[in-house]
Design a protein around this ligand. Structure first.
Ligand code: ZN
Ligand code: FE
Length: 259
């Protein structure tokens, strides 16, 4: 089994530290080096791997510094290897590698960026998915197409339902506020949002969630919901079109703060 630590950095990023025994420690998407170095010291661990989901600087900003300090190996998406600082190992869909006692499986999940991968630890039932699937949301489609992003989310949704979703940002409250505008009668969503508000009021993280929760409440995995289809005036349309419309609405959604 792996142990997973959450390191909150910048405004809303999470760096995940994954450890197996004293021999193997990885960080996923290190934005900045200092909090990683501090956490390694605190546990007396040595960094052996950096796992990058995609090239954005809030996911790779510490690569060079951490590699200099620890001589760790940097693993990232083959499709974007030229944009990942210090990368050593390029991986693509269905590649596997050993991390201590665990096998890690790679999923290609492009859309947010041209190259984007997720790291699946089947034994530990954990998925590190960067900016593809968020709790109650999904990443903005910057470099890929809506079709690609929908395909990527579909791929993730086919993993075992109890899989824990370790995404890279705490966007849950804002995502849920949007979700309620297009599926206001989803009881599970309403219940989850109540819980999320309580957590955020106390400064508690909402990540990880489970894939099951996302399938039940995340609008980007629910284009087959009749309520969403009706609210988008797209009843019976292809799922990818409903997904794309949902993404467009979220892009222009502004939360109105009422004091
Ligand atoms: Zn990103
Ligand atoms: Fe990001």
């Amino acid at each position: 089994m792996i142990s997973i630590k959450q390191i909150p950095v910048l405004n809303d990023n999470y760096i995940w530290m994954i450890n197996v025994s004293e021999k193997y420690t990885a960080v996923v998407d290190p934005a900045i080096p200092e909090p990683v170095i501090k956490e390694l010291k605190r546990n007396n661990w040595k960094l052996t791997h950096i796992l990058n989901t995609h090239h954005h600087s809030d996911h790779t900003g510490a690569n060079i510094q951490l590699k200099k300090d620890s001589n760790c190996k940097i693993i990232g998406p083959k499709a974007d290897h030229d944009r990942i600082p210090g990368i050593d190992i390029f991986l693509e869909d269905q590649d596997e590698f050993e991390f201590g006692t665990e096998i890690v499986k790679v999923l290609d999940v492009p859309g947010h960026t041209k190259g984007h991968i997720a790291f699946h630890f089947p034994e530990s039932e954990a998925l590190f998915c960067g900016d593809t699937l968020f709790a109650l949301g999904c990443g903005r489609v910057f470099e890929g197409t809506m079709e690609q992003m929908w395909e990527s989310l579909t791929k993730i949704s086919q993993l075992p339902k109890q899989t824990k979703i370790y995404c890279a940002h705490e966007y849950t409250l804002a995502n849920g506020t949007f979700a309620l505008t297009i599926e206001p009668n989803n009881e599970k969503l309403k219940f989850r949002m109540k819980n999320i508000k309580e957590k955020r009021n106390k400064g508690i993280s909402t990540i990880p969630s489970t894939l099951e929760e996302e399938i039940d409440t995340n609008p980007f995995l629910r284009p087959d919901s009749i309520e969403i289809q009706e609210n988008l005036s797209l009843v019976g349309s292809p799922l990818v079109d409903i997904f794309a419309k949902t993404r467009q609405l979220k892009d222009s959604f502004k939360i109105i703060e009422n004091n």
